[in-house]
Every structure is written in structure tokens, then in C-alpha cells.
Design a protein around this ligand. Sequence first.
Ligand code: ADP
Ligand code: MG
Length: 573
Amino acid sequence: MRELAPYLKLYKKHWFSLSLGMLLAFATLVASIGLLTLSGWFIAAASVAGLTIARETFNYMLPGGGVRGFAMGRTAGRWGERVVSHDATFKLLADLRIFFFKKLTPLIPGRFSKLRDADLLNRLVADVDAMDHVYLRLISPIIVGTLGIIALTVFLCWFDMTIGLTLGGILLSLLLVWPVLFYKLGKHNGTHLTQNKAKLRIATLDWVQGHSELVLFGAEPRYRQAITDHQDKLLKNQFKNANLTGLASALLLLANGWTMVLIIWMAADGMNGQPPGPMVAMLAFATMACFELLMPIAGAFQYLGQTVESARRLNEVLTATPDIIYPESGTESCKQASIQLNNVSFQYQDSKEYALNNVSIQLQAGKKMAIVGQTGSGKSTLLQLLTRQIDVTAGELSIGEHPIQQWTEKGLRQNISVVSQRVDILNGTLKDNLHLAKPDASDRELATILHEVGLGHLSDGSGLDAWLGDGGRQLSGGEKRRIGIARAILHNSPILLLDEPTEGLDKQTEQQIMQLLEKHSVDKTVIFVTHRLIGLESMDSIGLMEQGEIVELGTHKTLIAQEGLYHRLHQRL
Ligand code: ADP
Ligand code: MG
């Protein structure tokens, strides 16, 4: 239950509309109980009056007006309550979703990048949605229910103390017992229901995303079966849930019936010493109506298990601290875009060996360095350190003579452009995909860049509004890479990091891209990571990496002259 605490705090911001919602709910309840109670008395009193001399004087108008007033009040109240409280809860959910997203973003490069897309989506959508139960199904019915019981008891005590207190006592004990009972009964199933819902989403998305591969390798039926299995489990959970809802209503109706019998029995001898009269009918109807205030509570608590599980899943993200925390204020820019690494080592959390070992690099502003080495030698890890996706395990890393820890995230991003090994294309227009790097770029600027990187054909047809990614045009590996390069050129920052930008491209394209990069990196500090030893003559320095260490360092000429590993690798070409 403690899991729900952070969400209760969220109600502060919308306290006014939420309280108004409760007030309207209370008014509706009063109208509802009042309607049945007054009608019960009215019909009984009218018939009694008809039999006696009182038929001449009985006032039909006032109670008749009251009944109509209560009926209209109930309708209007219910409508108002729904509008106000749903509006408030939707706003609250929107806030919560944004809050969750803001907390989630800095966690992504770290441990949370291991969470599945579908799982995150489920947290962001279904689990956040479940939080509306806290108000609509828990707080509001309990507060309104308690107030209703008190009001009804006071009202009935006015006529007969014993009967009023008896009914009040019964309702109050039901209000205390029911939630606890149904929370206990529904908890286990509710937790599993929430988990199985998430698993079903994950399995379905797996199947949709990998559909062509699954079909090609004949694994499709197995994956489809997994969906069916999860669905069956979820259906079982929902079946149990429906049973519980039925049980809660049935038991409540049973309690209602027996309470009515008891109250009628108590009232049958007359109330407050008076002989029995139409008031007996009033009491009977009041008893019948007052169970309306318990109805929402009976159902609500079996959902509490689900809500608590959803809250737990959200809290996992909300209370996590990011691996990397950027300073609020700090370095925003530097005079000289130099790069210094002093004895930098790095070890991945779940790995025994160091991915980087005692690496030292001094790169002055405007100089270009190539990092070469086989796959797995630690080249991409080095670039991740420079963009602070990860922090050094030991050693010092400075950008522009400022330790990287002093840079603000905004400053660091503005000063470094990266073409990463895997370029992500967002599901959006071509323009969206480029604007990411330079939000204020004009259409003309974007078109020019597209032509330069050889992607002019993408804007044929719908122009820059062409849709990319899911539901749109799928790009080849080479095209994605060029989008990455176009972004880096648009971003235009003093430091340029390239992670195998020409990997997987044909020779001709490779040359074009290299020329393009050369043209756009004239005054920039560049680190160019590659495993192909081609075109490195123009580099100011070359570092050869092996198993996380820089084993050879120099220019193309000096390294060839050394006749070491670089020389051998180069000769193999
Ligand atoms: P390169 O880019 O030179 O091919 P990487 O920097 O990607 O090499 O990887 C260096 C080493 O670190 C490899 O042995 C790789 O398996 C390991 N590694 C890379 N990423 C991770 C990770 N997230 N967790 C654990 N080990 C990793
Ligand atoms: Mg790599």
C-alpha cells in the first residue's frame, strides 16, 4: 500500500476539482437516498391519508415537488460529478505521464535501456492509467461513503435513535470489513493480472515486429502460441476478477436484504413510542437506498491489488537514480575544442574485463585522429565515454580543458556531434528526422544537405514531409547512415565523433561520404573510428586499439615505418 503514497501527493495540484467532484458525488448520493426515502414515505402516507379524514388536508404538492426535485438533482448531480472528476483525473494522468517520461529519459543510457520497449510502453500507458483508480475507485467512494453514512445516521436518529444507530452501525462495519475482505481476496489475482497484461503486450509486439523473420525461419507458430498462452492467463485472471465482482455484489445484496428485514422488524412496533405509521415505509426505503453508497466500495477493493502492482512498476522507474547525473549549471562551451584522456579505464557493470584499459589521448582543437582496431577492441566504448553515455571507471576525461563531469548536458550536446554506429530513424517525417539536429533549419537548408549526402531522392514526391519508419518508407543501412551524417552536419558543432560511418557501404559511396565529411570538418576536432585502414593518410594521428588498449600511436607514416601491427594490417589490404 505504501506504493501509492507518491500518487496521493499528486492530488494536491488538482485538489479543487477533485474536492468539487466529491461534493457533487455526495449531493448525488443525498438526492438518491432522499428520492427513495421520500417516495416510500409519500406513497405510504398518501394511502393512509386516503383511508382517513386526513385526505381533505393532506398536502400532496410539497412531497411531490420534493420527489421531482430529488430525481432531477440526482441526474444533474451524477452528470456534474462525472464531468468534473473525470476531467480532473484525466489532467492528473496527463501530468503523471509527463512526470514519468521526464524521470525515464535520463535513465535510458544506463540500466533501464535493458527494459523492453513494450514493457516501457505498458508502464507509460496501462500502469499510469491504473492510477485513476486511486481517486475514482478508492478515495472518492470512501470519503463520500463515510460522509453519507454519518448524514443518514444523524437523519434517522432524529426520528428514532435506536434504529438510526443500528443502521449506521451496520453500514459502518460493512464499510470497514468489505474493503479489507475484497482487497485480500483480489490481491493475488490482481497482481498477476497486471503482470500478465504487460507480458501479453510484450509477446504481441515481439510477434508483430519480428514477423517476417519468424515466418522465414518457421518460428511464427511458436511465437503466436506464446501470445495465446499469455492471453489465456490474462483471461483466467479476468474471469476470477469477474467472479469476485459478482460475489461482492451478491453478498452486498444479501446484507442489504437482511438489514432491511431487521429494520422493518424494529420499526414494526412503531418508532419513538409512536404507533406504527407511514414512517415504517420511509425507513424500509431508506435502508434499501443506502446500500447504493456501499456499491462502489465493494467493487473497488478487488482492483486495489492491480493498482498497487501498477504503482510498484511505476515506482521502479520513478525512484531510480540515473547512472549519469549532469550538473544543473556548469560548463556550457569552451574556447578550444580539445580532447584529453588521462589513463582512462572503463569496465561494464556485468563484465569481468575492462573494455578500456589505461587509455591516454591528447587531441588539440582542430586536429583529426583515427582510432582503428578490430571489432570488440573498445572503440565504440571510447566514444560513449566522450558523449557521457557512461562514466569512466578510473582516470580523467576532459573536453576543452574542462572535466567532462563539469559540463551541463545541454553544453556537451551542443559541442559534440556524433554519427553513431547504429543510426536510429524516428517514426516521423523526413523533416522531423533532420530537425532533431537543428530545430530552426529552413526547408532549403534541409534540401541542400539531403542532396549533399546523396539522399535527394527521399524528398521526391511528398518532399520533406515524406514519412519514414513504421508505416512509411523503410531505409536501407546506407541511407540511414547518410541521415546520420546529414544530422551531424546540420548540428555543426566543434567536435565531431564518427563511429564507423562507412561500414557496410560500397566503395564508391564510401569515397563520397569520406569526401563529404572531410569538407564539413575542416576546422573541427574529429575522432574517426574505423576498422578499415583506408584513407588515413590525412589524419593527424592514428591510434591502434587492441583489447581496450592503445597499442600503437602515431601518423600513418610513422606507424608504417615502425613496421608493427598497423604495418601488417595495412599490408593485408
Ligand atoms: P568496438 O566498437 O571496438 O567494436 P565496443 O566498444 O563496442 O567495441 O566493445 C568493447 C568490448 O566491450 C567488447 O568486448 C564488448 O563485448 C563489450 N561491451 C560493449 N558494450 C557492452 C555492454 N553494454 N555491456 C557489457 N559489455 C559490453
Ligand atoms: Mg563499435
